[in-house]
Write a new protein. Structure first.
Length: 131
């Protein structure tokens, strides 16, 4: 009954239900049908901290459908380990797969390496969304 579960997820407040993300992660593992439904909610308002933006980009590049679900994204452009040559290009490709992104917020961590600035010309050039 995916329709029933969708109604339950729509009724839950992700900020008030402590186990919300754990529930979604477990549903993603249950089956492909549940993964599809859970991904819509899991990626809708996503926050990336501690320099994990490259990991999110890898997930979206591996499964481009996930990028369509992202509507709000909070990012940390710093990275704990060294920035690799292809990191910025992977980020740009991942942004290209987020046509429904409406809100892009930045947060700053104490990680040592600056991955990129969102204002860097090649980072957001040609993206399919308007902020």
């Amino acid at each position: 009954p995916q329709d029933l579960f969708r109604l339950v997820l729509e009724g839950l407040d992700r900020n008030r239900y402590v186990g919300y993300n754990v529930l979604l992660k477990n549903l993603r593992l249950a089956s492909n049908a549940w993964k599809y439904e859970a991904d819509k909610f899991f990626f809708c308002h996503y926050a990336v901290k501690d320099g994990r933006l490259v990991d999110l980009a890898s997930v979206i590049l591996a499964d481009p459908k996930c990028g369509r679900y992202v509507e709000a994204l909070t990012v940390d452009y710093a990275k704990a380990e060294a920035v690799l040559p292809g990191d910025v290009d992977n980020l740009r490709e991942a942004f290209m797969l987020m046509p429904n992104l409406k809100v892009l917020r930045e947060r700053y961590s104490s990680a040592a390496n600056e991955l990129a600035s969102p204002y860097e010309p090649r980072m957001l050039r040609g993206v399919p969304f308007r902020l």
